[in-house]
Design a binder for this molecule. Structure first.
Ligand code: 4NP
Length: 151
């Protein structure tokens, strides 16, 4: 049963910490963490515009600090959720032999929005769309977790 869930993006200062912040409010009862495939921002809090946008919706993320994804995360988590296909490919390339930890895309949990990735607000400047998608994904993740628990 998935209890430990890791969100992964590129920098770990926008999308994945926002995902962690949204999920711990909207879907409590699981252990959440986030990581970046890059080490560019290790030790930094989330990007200030992302922090402001998330806090404005009730998801404070000031406590989070960026870290880089590592192969040990396959053991440490039951489910890994990536923000785009580049993240997915980078993570899968680090999968230890024999690990069957599931790696899914955040967009796999969207019910209404049709897209193949969570757009990177570090480049688009659109933090609200990210939060919209993460809130929608929270509902999908809740459903998926319930289904996993009941078989
Ligand atoms: P994130 O966004 O992957 O959602 O955290 C990014 C943050 C920083 C950079 C790229 C993406 N960067 O190039 O520094």
């Amino acid at each position: 049963m998935p209890r430990r869930i890791l969100f992964v993006c590129l920098g770990n200062i926008c999308r994945s910490p926002a995902a962690e912040g949204v999920m711990r409010v909207r879907l409590p009862g699981y252990d959440y963490d986030s990581a970046g495939t890059s080490g560019w921002h290790v030790g930094e809090p989330p990007y200030p515009p992302m922090r402001r946008a998330a806090a404005a919706r009730g998801y404070p993320v000031d406590d989070l600090r960026a870290r880089q994804f590592s192969p040990g995360d396959f053991d440490a988590f039951d489910l890994i959720v990536t923000m785009d296909d580049d993240n997915l490919a980078t993570v899968e390339a680090m999968r230890p032999q024999g690990s069957d930890t599931r790696v899914l895309r955040c967009v796999d949990f969207l019910k209404d929005t049709v897209t193949d990735h969570v757009p990177d607000p570090y480049y688009t400047g659109d933090f609200e769309t990210v939060l919209d998608m993460l809130e929608e994904a929270a509902a999908g993740l809740e459903l998926a977790m319930k289904q996993a628990e009941t078989g």
